[in-house]
Every structure is written in C-alpha cells, then in structure tokens.
Design a protein around this ligand. Structure first.
Ligand code: HEC
Ligand code: HEC
Length: 349
C-alpha cells in the first residue's frame, strides 16, 4: 500500500464558503445534499498516518517505540519516562495546568499537550519549533527540566538489555544497533501511530443521521457557523496547523520567539479538538480549566490587542443554550473513555 501524502490544509476559500453555508443555510436545510457532500469531504478521515520514507511505520517500530515511551532508562534519574507527563490514561496529558519538572517538581512553562494525530502535524510543540517528530522527541529526552537524559548513559543502559537489543534488530534490520537514531525513530513511529479513534461524529458525517442528538447537531451548526470555530479548527483533526494569537494572558512569546516565526505576535498552534473531553485543562498555559471556560474566552473573554487573529469573532455572544449545544457537540469528538483502546497505529506492512 502506498503512503498518502499529508493532506494539505483546506484553502481559506473553501472554509469561508463552508462557514457562509453554516451561517446562511437554515438548520432544516443544512443537510441539503450539496452541504452534506461538502462536510463529508471536509471531515473525511484518511486511512493511515503518513510517515517519512526514511522512517516507515511498521508494527515493529511502533511496538519498540511504545516500550521506549514508557521506559524510565531514558531519563537521568532512571525514574521518569514520557508517560510521566503524557499519561495514556489521561489521553496523553497529565491533568496539570503546567507540566511538572520530574526532578524538582517545579512547574514548567507550558501545558502538556495530548499526542493525537500528530503524524499530520507539520510543526511540533505549541510554538511549532520542531519540524518533525524525529526532531521533537529528542527535546524532552535531553531537556534538563524534563527527562535530562544524556545519550551515552541511555545507550549503555539499553544495550545491556538483550531483549531490547533483539527488538531493535527486528525493527531496524538495516541499522540493527541501539543508537540515538534508532531510539529516536522508534519513539517518533509510536507517536505517529497515535490516531484518535472514530467517534459518533464520524458516523454522523458519514451519513448516519441518528448518530448525533439534536442538541449536538445544533452545536455543529454553531461551530461551523455563527461561532466561527471552523475558521481555525478545520478538517477531521479540527486544526488548520497554523499559529494564532487568540488573546490569552501571560508573557509567553510563543511563536514570536521562534526563528522564522511570527515576530511580535504571541501566536500558538491550533490544537486538535479530538479527545478534548479528556485533556483539560486547556491552552498552552493550561489557564482554562473546562470547555465552558473556553467558550467564555471566545465569547468576548479574550484580550483585544492589535495582534489578535483577524478571524477571531470580536463580537461573539453565546446564549446559555448555545454554549450547552457547542459543548455537547465537542463531546462527540471524544471517545467515551479517556483511554480508548486504540489499536496503536493503523500501520500497513
Ligand atoms: C516533564 C513532562 C514531559 C515529559 C517527561 C515529556 N513531555 Fe512531551 N511535552 C511536554 C510539554 C510541556 C510539551 C509542550 C512543550 C512546548 O510546546 O514548548 C510537550 C510536547 C510534546 C510533543 C509535541 C506535541 C505537539 O502538539 O506539538 C510531543 C510529540 C511530545 N511532547 C512527545 C514526548 C516524548 C516522546 C517524550 C519522551 C521522550 C516526552 N514528550 C516527554 C511535557 C513532557
Ligand atoms: C483564530 C483561530 C481560532 C478560532 C476562530 C478558534 N480557535 Fe480554538 N484555538 C486556537 C488556538 C491558536 C488555540 C491554542 C491557543 C493557545 O494555547 O495559546 C485554540 C485552543 C482551543 C481549545 C483548547 C484545546 C486544547 O487542547 O488546549 C479549544 C477547546 C478550542 N480552541 C475551541 C474553540 C471553539 C469552540 C471555537 C469557536 C468558539 C474556537 N476554538 C475558535 C485557534 C482558534
């Protein structure tokens, strides 16, 4: 089976058309054949995650990566792993406002993001400073306030493990050694394989009109229409993969501090909204504890400043019923359980 290229983000024009449709088409006619086909196209799920040619996804690299993801030998203390912060039972978050440095317990600058659907994310971290998962996973291993690992120690520990060595040889027959490269590739493969499971929303979009309750469908119309959320949270992952200033407080420069970023604009990556029911608190700073707080933010709770994203609705007002409907809709993008038994990686052989 051939690799699919990452889907390009949908052009602003299509989006604008879709939002206008949502605004102008009265609820009863929102499911008119034309609109339905457009939504189906916009929210279509790809079958397999894309992977770079020099690190193809295989069940063996994913399994090795899953083991390393939970392996404390990657940290300086030998007691902390990726799972210390990205806890599978919490949808790969930690439930904290800001992540906690394993060694000192001190709060880090940012909130621990969920790790769903990053195979399609062209830039990693809240500020997009890493261009690939292979680049990204080195960050937390080496960062002194995260795992603080050093490669010679890590590799010595891992090489002493015959079982792991055998697993590496099977996963990487062309470079059959425990090395920084194979450890990084395996971890990147595992993260790449984390695809959020289909939910009731996907069944509804595919044509099962009864998969959503009326309040949830009303929430979808608000999301794609009046509330304008679709302008940034677009496509089946509900992100445009871009960076915006949505008017949060704090001093974090975000993308303004990244070379080739957005000078002077405190912009952050639009997160996917899949599984969001299980990933509170929200935003790069974890400052919004609930989805209700998120809606209060968008409905004029944000700071108005010149760098605010132009397509933030400056005058959004939402009634209590509209807020309830929007939250009901957002819940349909999440699994019932926080730790969906996702078969890691729909990886082809
Ligand atoms: C101390 C807690 C902590 C540990 C341990 C940790 N992470 Fe993270 N992770 C974070 C935080 C916080 C961020 C966001 C940082 C930022 O954006 O500047 C993040 C971001 C990420 C991202 C980018 C997500 C996105 O949406 O762009 C990936 C991928 C990731 N971590 C994978 C890993 C892997 C793999 C490991 C183990 C090698 C790991 N993390 C260990 C806290 C942690
Ligand atoms: C201008 C683009 C834009 C619009 C419009 C927008 N968002 Fe966002 N959204 C973002 C960005 C960017 C972030 C992350 C901001 C940050 O952390 O600094 C975000 C974060 C979120 C989060 C938190 C996710 C998480 O994992 O932390 C939720 C939930 C959310 N938005 C829902 C909505 C809803 C609902 C609407 C419509 C009322 C909406 N957004 C409109 C860009 C947008």
């Amino acid at each position: 089976m051939g690799w699919r290229m990452p889907r390009r983000h949908i052009g602003l024009l299509t989006l604008t058309t879709a939002v206008l449709l949502g605004l102008l088409v009265p609820p009863l006619r929102a499911q008119a054949p034309g609109a339905e086909a457009l939504w189906r196209q916009m929210f279509a799920r790809p079958e397999v995650p894309p992977a770079p040619t020099d690190n193809p996804l295989t069940p063996e690299t994913i399994a090795l990566g899953a083991a390393l993801f939970a392996d404390p030998r990657l940290s300086s203390t030998g007691r902390h792993a990726c799972t210390s912060c990205h806890q599978p039972a919490r949808s790969f978050t930690d439930g904290r406002r800001a992540a906690q440095a394993p060694s000192s317990g001190a709060p880090l600058a940012r909130n621990t993001p969920a790790l769903w659907n990053l195979a399609w994310s062209p830039q990693l971290f809240w500020d997009g400073r890493a261009p690939s998962l292979e680049e990204q996973v080195k960050g937390p291993i080496e960062a002194p306030n995260e795992m603080g690992g050093d490669w010679p120690t890590i590799l010595r520990r891992l090489e002493a493990d015959a079982g792991l060595l055998a697993q590496v040889r099977i996963a990487f027959p062309l470079e059959p050694a425990v090395s920084e490269a194979t450890v990084v590739k395996a971890l990147a493969s595992y993260v790449r394989s984390l695809v959020s499971p289909p939910t009731r929303f996907d069944a509804w979009i595919a044509g099962d009109a009864r998969a959503l309750k009326p309040a949830e469908a009303a929430g979808f119309r608000l999301f794609t229409g009046k509330a304008g959320c679709l302008l940034c949270h677009a496509g089946w992952r509900f992100t445009d993969d871009r960076f915006h200033d949505i008017g949060l407080g704090g001093k974090d420069p975000g993308r303004a501090a990244v070379p080739d970023g957005t000078p002077g604009r405190r912009a952050f990556k639009t997160p996917s909204l899949r599984e969001a029911m299980h990933t509170a608190p929200y935003m790069h700073d974890g400052s919004l504890p609930t989805l209700a707080a998120v809606l209060r933010h968008y409905a004029s709770g944000f700071r108005s400043r010149p760098t605010l994203a132009p397509h933030m609705n400056r005058r959004l007002r939402l009634t209590l019923k509209e807020r309830a409907d929007l939250i009901a809709f957002l819940r349909t993008l999440s699994s019932e359980q926080a730790a969906p038994r996702s078969k890691p990686g729909a990886a082809p052989r």
